[in-house]
Design a binder for this molecule. Structure first.
Ligand code: C2O
Ligand code: CU
Ligand code: CU
Length: 472
C-alpha cells in the first residue's frame, strides 16, 4: 500500500468547527500528488486540485479554518490523471468535523458516541496471486473493462476483508464511507431489518430516517444508527451490499425504452456480445457493479442497558437544519450539466478503451475554466445523465441540497446536504447550493468514478473574478 505517515487504514483526523489546521504534505511518491479536502468549504489555493500539484519530493502546507457544520468529510490525492491510482493504492483519509450541535447531542445521550461511533471505510480491490500467498500485490487497471471504472473482487472495510465487530445489544452509530474508485453499494442488513440514516455527506439530517437499504455511489457517505437490541445476545448479523442492476451491461438491457438515446441504437449488438462473457455477473478479478456482497459482520455478544435515546429533530439553532428557501430558488442562476459517454459509435468489437466520458460534450482541459460563478452566488445546477451507467457527480467547496430528481421533489435522505450524489441513467438531478463569498478561485466539478475523472469527465468552475488557470 501507499500510506499517509505509514498508518494503517483508516487515517482519521478529528477536529471541531472553528479550529484552524495546518497539515504538511511531504510527497515521497515519484509523481505529482495533492491532498484534496473533499466536502470542505475552503479557499481554492488550499483545495488541493490538479491545478496545485505537489511535485515528487516536494512539500506543501495546507492551512485552513473549518467553518461549516459537523460532517463526515474526507481527503484524498487529486493529481491530474492519477487520482484513481493514488487513491486505489491506499491514499485516502477520514476527516470527522464536530461542532456544538453534535457534541451537545452526544453529551445529552441523543447520539451514540465513543466506542459506539465507528468509521467504516469501504473499498473494493483486486490482488494478484492466491489467497494462500504471503504477499499479494494490488492490481490496478489491468483489464480492458477497468477503463469504465476500476472494480475489485475483494471488499475491504478499514483495510480488512469482511471484518467482524463485537457489539452490545444497544444503538451503534457508523460513519459509512464509500471510498471505492467506481463501485456503488446498496448497504443493508442481511436480515432485512430497518436502520436509521442520521446524516449525509454534509452533516446530520434534521430527522433520522428509517430505511432498509441505502445506496452510496463512490465518494458518498452516510451516518447510520443500527439498533442491536432487536437481536438475541449470541446472534450475528451481516452488513451486506444487496444485488442491484448496476453494471453497465445490465443497464444496457434497460435502456431500450429510454427516450433520447437514439444514437446508442447501434450499440446493442456489440454489447450483446460482451454479455456472453459476463452473464454470471462477475469475471475473474472483478465483481460486477451491482453484485451482492458481504461487507462485515456484527456479533451481538453482550447485554448492556441502553443510555441513548436518539434525537428525533435537531435543535432549532442547528445551522445544518436550514434549507434554501423558495426565494433562493427563484433568484438562483441555473446551469445545465449533461453527462454522456462519447465514442460509442466507434465501439467496434466492443472495445471499451475507445470510450470517452464527457460533461457538456467537453473533456477536461487543465487550462480552461468551464463555468464562471459570482462569489457568494446561490445557484441551481441541473445534472442530466444521458449515458448508460450511473455517475456520482461532485463539486468542490460546496454542499448542495437536492431539490428534485426527474422533477419529483426530494424526500427522506435526499433532504440531507450533499457534496456528491448519484445520477442514474436517464435521470436529471436538480440541486441548489451557495458558493461562499470567502472561497474564491478555481475549483473542480467531476464524476467521482475516479477512472472517469482521470479520463476527463471533469471541469473547472471559477468563483469570483480571479483564479490561477491561464496564468500558468
Ligand atoms: Cu473527492 Cu474532486 O474530489
Ligand atoms: Cu472534492
Ligand atoms: Cu462517471
Amino acid at each position: 500500500m501507499w500510506r499517509y505517515n505509514n498508518n494503517a487504514l483508516p487515517v482519521i483526523i478529528r477536529t471541531d468547527r472553528g479550529n484552524a489546521m495546518t497539515l504538511n504534505l511531504d510527497n515521497q511518491l515519484d509523481s505529482n500528488s495533492t491532498i484534496h479536502w473533499h466536502g470542505f468549504k475552503i479557499p481554492a489555493a488550499m483545495d488541493g486540485g490538479p491545478d496545485t500539484p505537489v511535485a515528487a519530493n516536494g512539500t506543501k502546507a495546507y492551512t485552513f479554518t473549518m467553518d461549516q457544520p459537523a460532517a463526515p468529510l474526507w481527503f484524498h490525492p487529486h493529481p491530474d490523471m492519477e487520482t484513481g491510482k493514488q487513491v486505489y493504492m491506499g491514499l485516502a483519509g477520514v476527516y470527522l468535523l464536530e461542532d456544538n450541535i453534535t457534541k451537545t447531542l452526544e453529551a445529552n445521550n441523543a447520539l451514540p458516541s465513543g466506542d459506539k461511533d465507528t468509521v467504516l471505510l469501504v473499498q473494493d480491490r483486486r490482488f494478484d496471486g492466491n489467497a494462500t500467498d504471503a504477499v499479494r500485490n494490488l492490481k490496478y487497471m489491468d483489464m480492458d473493462m477497468d477503463m469504465d471504472g476500476m472494480l475489485g473482487d475483494t471488499i475491504l472495510v478499514n483495510g480488512s476483508v469482511v471484518p467482524k465487530q463485537n457489539v452490545s445489544n444497544t444503538l451503534h452509530r457508523y460513519r459509512l464511507y464509500n471510498v471505492s474508485n467506481a463501485r456503488n453499494y446498496k448497504f443493508a442488513l442481511s436480515d432485512g431489518s430497518a436502520f436509521k440514516v442520521i446524516g449525509t455527506d454534509g452533516g446530520l439530517l434534521d430527522e433520522p430516517t428509517d430505511v432498509t437499504s441505502v445506496t452510496l455511489g463512490a465518494a458518498e457517505r452516510v451516518e447510520i444508527v443500527i439498533d442491536f437490541s432487536n437481536y438475541a445476545v449470541g446472534s450475528k448479523v451481516m452488513l451486506v451490499s444487496q444485488p442491484f442492476n448496476g453494471d453497465m451491461m445490465g443497464m444496457m438491457g434497460g435502456m431500450n425504452g429510454m427516450n433520447g438515446m437514439g444514437n446508442m441504437g447501434n450499440m446493442n449488438g456489440n454489447m450483446g456480445n460482451m454479455n456472453n462473457g459476463m452473464s454470471a455477473g462477475s469475471m475473474a478479478g472483478m465483481a460486477a457493479n451491482g453484485a451482492g456482497l458481504s461487507i462485515m459482520r456484527f456479533d451481538i455478544n453482550a447485554t448492556e442497558t441502553e443510555t441513548v435515546t436518539l434525537y428525533t429533530a435537531l435543535p432549532a439553532n442547528a445551522e445544518i437544519k436550514t434549507r434554501h428557501t423558495s426565494i433562493d430558488v427563484t433568484n438562483a442562476t441555473e446551469r445545465q450539466f449533461l453527462m454522456t459517454m462519447g465514442g460509442m459509435g466507434n465501439m467496434q468489437d466492443a472495445n471499451m478503451s475507445q470510450m470517452s466520458f464527457v460533461i457538456n460534450g467537453k473533456t477536461f482541459d487543465p487550462t480552461r475554466v468551464d463555468e464562471f460563478i459570482d462569489a457568494g452566488a446561490t445557484e441551481i445546477w441541473n445534472i442530466r445523465n444521458m449515458s448508460p451507467m450511473a455517475h456520482p457527480f461532485h463539486a468542490h467547496a460546496i454542499q448542495y441540497q437536492i431539490l428534485s430528481r426527474n422533477g419529483v421533489a426530494a424526500t427522506g435522505i435526499d433532504l440531507g446536504w450533499k457534496d456528491t450524489f448519484l445520477v442514474q441513467p436517464g435521470e436529471t438531478v436538480k440541486v441548489i447550493g451557495k458558493f461562499e463569498a470567502i472561497n474564491t478561485g478555481d475549483y473542480m466539478y467531476h464524476c467521482h468514478i475516479l477512472e472517469h475523472e482521470d479520463a476527463g469527465m471533469m471541469g473547472y468552475f471559477r468563483v469570483g473574478a480571479t483564479g490561477v488557470l491561464g496564468a500558468q
